[in-house]
Design a protein around this ligand. Structure first.
Ligand code: TXA
Ligand code: MG
Length: 338
């Protein structure tokens, strides 16, 4: 399939590009577009065949439901049974923005969007390009991250091109995404909302608005095995080489592996990198501002190629504020820690 490419800047919207992309979406095609978190792969959420194209292009398992993106709260009415008070408050505080609310579905979207659940995830993204496209299309758009399943989510159009060029109808390049990690997924179908996926809007910020929020106990990672041979089964958000999280003594850990014949790549903040010796160091933001780590993390995970490194070591972070989302993704991506 020939993939159409548009480059759209936040300053001067290319009206023609928006029209073309929105027309393809309305015709039931899958189109990638920027959001403030990561690039999404969108399709008409009411069209079962269109939604199927998302799953096929990504190689995504069909039991994983998709988030439905809308341009404004008016569009919610057709999609959800009710907007509970807490959800209303959160929409006022954080929407448009990196927050997905799970609400009771009216059943208006195609069955393959919600994987058989009677709930629906709704998000209004704040990226001006993504938001403009949603306005132009004026239909609910189902959109997972625009990557091949299992790989790090795309934070630049080139990541999408790398994974999906030739497999989807269009890719709209709106520059790097900004936040860099996916939205917070918050289940609002229970009396006390539950964070199902930590993300751009932190638990601390949500608490300030609604008082209490719970965290899905399923998010606690099981104690992973100590590193064995590199090349163990790759996981979610996985880079090309096995990834290990390093709590301290990065230099010693790297030296030990190098001595054992490994080609070591390191992902580190500026502060740590300054203290390190080594040829393959990829900087991922600064330790004093973890939002910069969120912004650059997926790009850093995509940086090292199989041909260059046999193992990747990555700095660890405290699990507070945005650090919770960063560590959630890193622990999923990692083979182990040391
Ligand atoms: O920032 C984001 O959320 C990005 C951009 C493109 O908006 N999208 C994204 O989508 O990360 P995806 O498909 O990669 O992740 C969607 C997450 C999954 O963990 C899925 O299980 C959960 O949301 N989800 C969707 N609908 C749900 C539902 N009804 N109940 C529970 N979880 C749901
Ligand atoms: Mg994803």
């Amino acid at each position: 399939m020939e993939t159409k490419h548009w480059t759209v800047s936040e300053q001067s919207f290319d009206k023609q590009a928006m029209k073309e992309a929105a027309a393809l979406l309305k015709q039931g095609e899958a189109v990638a577009f920027p959001t403030e978190t990561v690039y999404g792969l969108g399709a008409d959420a009411t069209n079962v065949q269109a939604v199927r194209k998302i799953f096929e292009a990504k190689g995504r398992p069909s039991d994983n439901p998709l988030i439905v993106h809308v341009a404004n709260t008016n569009q919610l009415e057709d999609l959800v049974e009710e907007v509970p008070d807490v959800a209303q408050k959160l929409l006022e505080a954080f929407s448009p923005g990196p927050l997905t609310l799970i609400l009771k579905s009216k059943g208006a979207v195609a069955p393959n969007v919600s994987a058989g659940l009677d709930s629906i995830g709704i998000r209004i993204p704040s990226h001006p390009v993504g938001l403009r496209l949603l306005e132009e299309a004026a239909i609910p758009i189902a959109a997972p991250s625009a990557n091949i399943s299992g790989r790090p989510s795309p934070t630049k159009a080139e990541h999408v091109v790398h994974d999906l060029d030739g497999r989807i109808a269009g890719i709209m390049d709106g520059g790097p995404t900004g936040i860099g990690l996916e939205s917070t997924v918050l289940d609002c179908t229970e009396a006390v909302p539950v964070i199902l996926r930590p993300g751009g809007v932190t638990a601390e910020a949500i608490q300030k608005v609604i008082g209490t929020v719970m965290i899905d106990p399923g998010l606690a990672v099981e104690q992973k095995e100590k590193p064995k041979a590199p090349g163990m089964k790759y996981t979610h958000y996985a880079p090309e080489a096995p990834l290990y999280l390093v709590e301290d003594n990065m230099q010693q850990q790297a030296d030990k592996l190098t001595k054992a014949g490994e080609n070591v790549g390191i992902i580190a903040t500026e502060e740590l990198a300054e203290t390190l010796d080594g040829e393959r160091i990829q900087i991922c933001g600064t330790r004093k501002d973890l939002a910069t780590v969120a912004e650059h993390l997926y790009d850093a995970l995509r940086h090292f190629k199989k041909s260059d490194v046999s193992v990747i070591l990555c700095e660890s972070f405290p699990k507070q504020d945005v650090g919770a989302a960063i560590m959630n993704r890193l622990e999923k991506a990692a083979t182990g820690s040391m």
